[in-house]
Design a protein around this ligand. Sequence first.
Ligand SMILES: C[S@@+](CC[C@H](N)C(=O)[O-])C[C@H]1O[C@@H](n2cnc3c(N)ncnc32)[C@H](O)[C@@H]1O
Length: 308
Amino acid sequence: MVIDATAVLGLGSSISPGEDAVGSEPIYPVLETSVFSSGRSRMLAPLLRWAGSKRKLVPLLLANCPARFNRYVEPFAGSACLFFALGPSNAILGDFNAQLMDFYRFVAKSPDRLAQELATYPLSEDFYYVLRSQSAEGMSQLEVAARFLYLNRFCFNGVYRTNRKGQFNVPYGSKTGQLPSKERLHAASTKLRKTKLISGDFESTLSTVQRGDFVYLDPPYSASRNRGEYGYGAFAAEDVKRISEAAERMDRAGATFLISYKSEPEVSKYFANWHQRRVRVTRHVSGFAGSRGEVEELLISNQKFNEG
Ligand SMILES: C[S@@+](CC[C@H](N)C(=O)[O-])C[C@H]1O[C@@H](n2cnc3c(N)ncnc32)[C@H](O)[C@@H]1O
């Protein structure tokens, strides 16, 4: 069954006929908005642009978060849209991308210094390529964090891709938005300071899961040919099995989980023990190669879905 996000959220009147309900802007404003509303008041938008971001699914995900939980755990954080929208007081974020997690650590610690540093960077394509060509080795933590944010905000489609030497190699993008304001960095810092940040494989983050936790898992779509979008060796088809085993463990531990993944019969079978819903969403299918398209996403949970 394909779920209708407008029904779940009671937002039908803001959607034009034929518009993609889940992905339409009236439900969820653009990234440049620092604080927005969507049924809840004062939710924070993510700091980063991120390929595979669940920005457009956030209202539906929020509608299917448990009413109560002790800790929020997100082992495939990326831009952590749901984390910033929920603003949990006790949370753990993890990601395989160590540069990303170091960036969040720096934002937590020194948002003002980061804002000051960024204010000295020219906003131009030339400067983007100068910064990209510089190695992060030998830079201060401040310079590394500023470089990470600048390249993320002005790169093509928010893709994080490196070559085999680990050098960021994404071209400048044409539709990129702007750098976050000092206020926005501060607001993100306040959330991140209360959060444990783990760099590594999702299993190391999941090893901390305990009774009463709410775990949101948003793994990358596995591809037969890894182009380095999430780091070489980051995620493969076999990992779906690892996630299905982790789902059993989380349930036994007494945690609630919510997984979003590409909707395929094979994937559905792996998670046959759990509640499933299919939703349509517009996204960049695979960084550069797939370009934009409407895909069907599968939501999987050990808790019944909110039928609206
Ligand atoms: C689809 S993105 C998550 C997007 C996120 N939900 C958002 O809204 O931006 C998947 C993330 O998983 C990370 N990743 C890939 N393989 C991983 C692994 N084995 N363990 C942990 N994280 C991994 C990638 O670095 C990427 O940030």
